[in-house]
Design a protein around this ligand. Structure first.
Ligand SMILES: N[C@@H](CCC(=O)N[C@@H](CS)C(=O)NCC(=O)O)C(=O)O
Length: 210
């Protein structure tokens, strides 16, 4: 398989971290998003949405969503389990993963896309019509990020990890999003001891460097 990747982008990092937890290595092809390498005819022939991560299987099948790629890897390599074992646990982990993605990652991305100069005409990701930036969306994204972090602090005051008592894909999405939030100058604060404790624990895992 081949993973179309970008070292600095949050969504490919989620997949790299997932692979590292499974101790798997795949061939990676670096796509430079600011330079527009994801919007070339060659890349759009592989993934018409023009986003990474994109996983291409040996038979030519294409997976173009981070969690779908993780689901595929989990099915082939079930240990260590990162997405649940029983029906209930699987659904709970999926729910927490989605909270982190929708409430956290998309809020950070909203602010980031509307503030960095190299996305001046690309404020929505991938192969979409050219869109300019809106300063109000930077503020909205920052506020929603703070709200997400506050909710996560509460969650981690009652739970060792995001989805329960063990490390899962929900921790990967939350952790990579907190690092992404540094780019919009949103940080875990000293008033959030549970987030601090959890963040230090995840950062110490070898997969955090993937
Ligand atoms: N929901 C998708 C989001 C993918 C996505 O937005 N990827 C970004 C990089 S983190 C991208 O490819 N952006 C292309 C662009 O900015 O033009 C997933 O999780 O795979």
């Amino acid at each position: 398989v081949k993973l179309y990747n970008m070292g600095l982008a949050v969504n490919p990092r989620r997949v790299r971290m997932f692979l590292a937890e499974k101790k798997l290595q795949v061939e990676m092809i670096e796509i430079n998003i600011p330079k527009g390498e994801n919007l070339t005819p060659e890349f759009l022939a592989i993934n018409p949405r023009g986003v990474v991560p994109t996983l291409v299987l040996d038979d030519g099948a294409v997976l173009d969503e981070s969690v779908a790629i993780c689901r595929y890897i989990e099915s082939l390599h079930p240990d260590p389990n990162l997405m649940g074992t029983s029906p209930l646990e699987t659904a709970q982990i999926e729910s927490w993963q989605r909270h982190m993605e929708f409430d956290g990652l998309s809020s950070v991305a909203l602010a980031f896309r509307n503030m960095v100069p190299f996305f001046a005409t690309r404020s929505a990701p991938g192969n979409v019509p050219s869109l300019g930036q809106m300063a109000e969306l930077v503020e909205r994204g920052k506020l929603l990020t703070q709200h997400w972090l506050a909710n996560l602090e509460t969650r981690l005051s009652e739970s060792a990890f995001v989805a329960g008592n063990r490390f899962t894909i929900a921790d990967i999405t939350a952790f990579t999003t907190i690092d992404f939030a540094k780019a919009i100058k949103q940080f875990v604060t000293d008033a959030q001891p549970n987030l601090q404790r959890w963040y230090a624990e995840i950062a110490a895992r070898p997969s955090a460097k993937a």
